[in-house]
Design a protein around this ligand. Structure first.
Ligand code: ADP
Ligand code: MG
Length: 481
């Protein structure tokens, strides 16, 4: 699509994000909700929706809901309640899902993302449905039927609904990434899009630029990564603009993103709220949330990603470095320990953003998968600061430290890597280098002073990088006159 055509339209995006809360047991039942158990092994009568059973609310779910709401700048009303949302589907044995309709646990929040405020309408608690395993998947290849696994049924979810405040796929991606960071840092959700512990429905519409009325939205499901989210939105924008340009009308519907064919296709017409016949869940009392309870949780709020970024930047990190580190929670926690041990942030960040990140990327590892400890990195940094080794030697040995966990001092000793600051020793090497390159010497003497770098390089090479670069510079200048 031409950019001129695109520019005629304004894009409106609102996201509904489901975060699977990391509780030990389900929202209304004692079954475990860990992933990977044998199908249908975590299925108490409550989960199966047997007649006569009663749901019991898991307090930890409420704690996590409040914690997330506070992290998203939401109000936590003193009262919330649960409702039944009726629909028929084979993965929903009860024939209804317990959710929250008009009195959710969190309301009126927002996130500030790259200088722009994105409103959060609400966040409500609900139970997940089971999982259908269709023909061809999971070892039932060629079969003409689907299997149902109800282990996931009753897993607690927090659905976080944004205002239609985003105006591009990039803004939507940034919002989603920040949400993922937040739920990870506060420990309520793994935030893994690929594995589905965090799921995102993107609502998208287009309208002519300058218009005040939003266009009809389509809801896109099945986006399993941040890049897929962005691709799906881009595709959908083009599709809708084309429809409007041809004089057609966008229909309100749910569409599925297919990341292989890179297109969305219609799944079903969008239900309206009244189709679900919501009514208050008669088996659960409305929930009163005291201000003391909220305060107790507020007091336990860990440092949020935005605060972490700001703290790193106040230590002298660039915005880019701070964001990259915060994006990888394991690395950020590692960095925090390094800082706590008193290392210079700037030297530490050079290693982290340089050799450490390169190695992790290459080996597809997390920092915690390596043998590098914060203590060992701090020791390495102190060896450099004491001039025992050069920065270059440090860069050479850090990878070995990640591989086998050997402390820097031991590697330096075993391999004789300590820096030569003894001017006599450096002078000998410098003298030899100068004698071996008479033509460069005369060029230097005739004014080609940038050749100093060449001589320094040669001395460093001869000493295998161990000579103190400052001393080498001074000695060479002296010899060359
Ligand atoms: P439903 O469950 O029916 O999808 P919700 O209220 O839970 O309804 O979610 C609607 C989502 O769609 C919200 O994130 C909202 O911001 C977004 N939205 C509403 N209207 C539009 C629109 N015209 N264009 C894009 N997004 C919209
Ligand atoms: Mg929806």
């Amino acid at each position: 699509m031409t950019t001129e055509l695109r520019d005629k339209y304004e894009v409106v995006i609102g996201l509904e994000v489901h975060a699977q809360l990391k509780t030990k047991s389900k929202i209304f039942a004692p079954d475990g909700c860990e992933f990977g158990h044998e199908p249908n092994s975590e299925t108490s009568p409550i989960t199966l929706g047997m007649p006569g059973v009663l749901p019991v609310l898991n307090k930890e779910v409420v704690n996590m809901g409040i914690l997330t709401g506070l992290a998203l700048n939401c109000e936590i009303p003193e009262r919330c309640k649960f409702d039944r949302k009726q629909y028929f589907y084979p993965d929903l044995p009860k024939g209804y899902q317990i959710s929250q309709y008009d009195e959710p646990i969190c309301i009126n929040g927002y996130l500030d993302i790259k200088g722009k405020r994105i409103g959060i309408t609400r966040a409500h608690l609900e139970e997940d449905a089971g999982k259908l395993v269709h023909a061809g998947a999971d070892g039932i290849a060629g079969s003409s039927y689907s299997l149902v696994d109800l282990n996931r049924a009753g897993t607690p979810l927090l659905e976080i609904v944004s205002e239609p405040d985003m105006r591009s796929s990039e803004e939507a991606r940034n919002y989603m990434e920040e949400l993922r960071n937040i739920v990870r840092y506060i420990g309520v959700c793994d935030g893994n899009l690929e594995e589905g512990s965090m799921r995102c429905d993107a609502n998208i519409s287009v309208m002519p630029k300058g218009s005040k009325t939003f266009g009809t939205r389509a809801e896109i499901k099945n986006v399993n990564s941040f890049s897929a989210l962005q691709r799906a939105i881009e595709y959908e924008i083009d599709r809708q603009i084309e429809i409007v340009e041809e004089g057609g009308e966008v229909v309100q519907e749910t569409r599925l993103w297919d990341d292989n064919s890179r297109e969305t296709r219609s799944m079903r017409g969008k239900e309206d709220a009244h189709d679900y016949r919501y009514f208050p869940e008669p088996d659960l009392m409305p929930l009163k949330i005291s201000r003391e309870w909220v305060q107790e949780i507020k007091d336990k709020m860990p440092e949020l990603p935005q605060q972490k970024r700001e703290r790193y930047m106040s230590l002298g990190l660039s915005e880019y470095d701070a964001s990259v580190i915060v994006e990888q929670m394991g690395l950020a926690l590692f960095f925090d320990k390094v800082l706590k041990l008193g290392a210079s942030p700037k030297v530490a960040v050079n290693f982290i953003m340089g050799e450490i990140t390169a190695y992790l990327k290459e080996e597809k590892l997390e920092i915690t998968d390596t043998k590098l400890t914060p203590e060992n990195l701090v020791e390495l940094i102190s060896l450099i600061e004491k001039n025992t080794i050069s920065n270059n030697i440090g860069k050479q040995i850090i990878t070995d430290m990640m591989k086998d966990g050997t402390p820097a001092s031991k590697i330096v000793e075993e391999r004789g890597l300590s820096q030569i600051s003894d001017t006599g020793a450096i002078k000998d090497v410098a003298q030899k280098v100068v004698e071996a390159h008479p033509s460069e010497v005369s060029a230097y003497k005739n004014g080609k002073v940038q050749l100093l770098g060449f001589f320094v390089g040669q001395v460093m090479k001869e000493t295998k990088g161990r000579a103190n670069p400052k001393a080498v510079n001074e000695i060479l200048k002296e010899i060359l006159g």
